[in-house]
Design a protein around this ligand. Structure first.
Ligand code: 13P
Ligand code: SF4
Length: 330
């Protein structure tokens, strides 16, 4: 028998479930709906907003998020936040970026261990060594880095604006850190020479040209979209490449009959709800860091006001400058 509180929560959220039904079973929904109810109440009590990256599971992305998007959109929208509390449903570097742009607000991350293999691949000392090796060459830093690395960079970029940022400097050569593949994929679109670093995304580096061949063989007519963190050999074989938001926009505009997104798995669930005309063939690559963020974790974070994200002022000032320069250019 369904308990009366669960029953009430199911009734209150019936319209939301209609929206999520294609990707969440009734049994799963029954385990989620009380957390959703509690989060909606806590957001009001705390005057809080939830920012969710496109890789969040659909119950977070469509269920409780107030602002959704790719890293660039989240960084931009973070500048206009009015709430007292911001919960980042994403990974740690994203929460740090929000804190940089909103120093007076409380920024919470439901799990501080939600890291990123790219952010872990480079330190400020590595950046100093690169600068010594390439004197005078500006450093363009992917937002998937710690605030400490941003603080020793000239300006930031995301996967949605990398070419524009590199070209905005009007120099023949830039250092682009830490994603080797994003740097190589950007280098193919510009005359600017790009010095790369050896960082990789542990999710996107797993896609291969063989996967593309198999998708095309098994699903004739399928459209293949790849994130620029994939190796260049994969991007070359895809029909379109772009940031997570660019991929969503492309699907909504072109409405392909069948598509595969070579990126984190939850993206396909999230886009499929907005684009029911397209059948998604779903690779099951999941980011273990993004998946640390759960509804239960968001609820606990709002109840306990933990874990707060802070950036020491000595780092915050130069790191903020690098992010703000990017926002101004893009
Ligand atoms: P986007 O900026 O395209 O959302 O990418 C962020 C990310 O972490 C991709 O793995
Ligand atoms: Fe980092 Fe890759 Fe996870 Fe994105 S998907 S947060 S780049 S490890």
């Amino acid at each position: 028998m369904v308990s009366s509180t669960l029953d009430d929560a199911l009734r209150r959220n019936a319209a939301l479930y209609e929206h999520l039904k294609p990707v969440i079973s009734e049994n799963e929904w029954a385990t989620m709906v009380e957390d959703i109810d509690a989060i909606v109440r806590l957001k009001k009590e705390r005057n809080a907003v939830i920012l969710a990256h496109n890789y969040m599971r659909p119950e977070i992305f469509h269920g409780v998020a107030d602002v959704r998007g790719d890293s660039l959109a989240l960084a931009r929208k973070a500048t206009a936040i009015q709430a007292d509390v911001v919960v980042m449903a994403g990974v740690h570097f994203m929460a740090e970026t929000v804190k940089l742009l909103n120093p007076s607000r409380t920024v919470l991350i439901p799990d501080p261990l939600a890291g990123c293999s790219l952010a872990d691949s480079i330190t400020p000392e590595d950046v100093h060594a690169l600068r010594a090796q390439y004197p005078g060459v500006p450093v363009v830093t992917y937002v998937n880095t710690s605030a400490a690395v941003k603080a020793v960079s000239d300006l930031c970029c995301t996967s949605g604006n990398a070419k524009k940022i590199v070209e905005s400097l009007n120099v023949p050569r830039v250092i682009m850190i830490p994603d080797e593949y994003l740097a190589q994929n950007t280098a193919r679109q510009t005359k600017v020479e790009i010095v790369t670093w050896k960082g990789h995304c542990e999710v996107h580096e797993r896609f291969t040209p063989d996967d593309i061949r198999l998708f095309r063989e098994q699903t004739p007519g399928v459209t293949i979209l790849a994130h620029p963190e994939c190796p260049p050999s994969v991007v070359e074989g895809a029909d379109y490449t772009g940031s997570t938001a660019d991929m969503m926009r492309w699907i909504n505009e072109k409405k392909p009959e069948k598509a595969v997104l070579l990126t984190e798995g939850s993206m396909s669930d999230n886009v499929s709800i907005q684009a029911p005309q397209t059948t998604f063939i779903r690779p099951c690559e999941l980011c273990p860091h993004m998946k640390r963020i759960t509804l239960a974790g968001i609820r606990k974070s709002l109840e306990t006001m933990e874990t707060k994200v802070d950036v020491p002022e000595a780092l915050a000032e130069p790191a903020r400058r690098a992010v703000e320069r990017m926002i101004a250019v893009s």
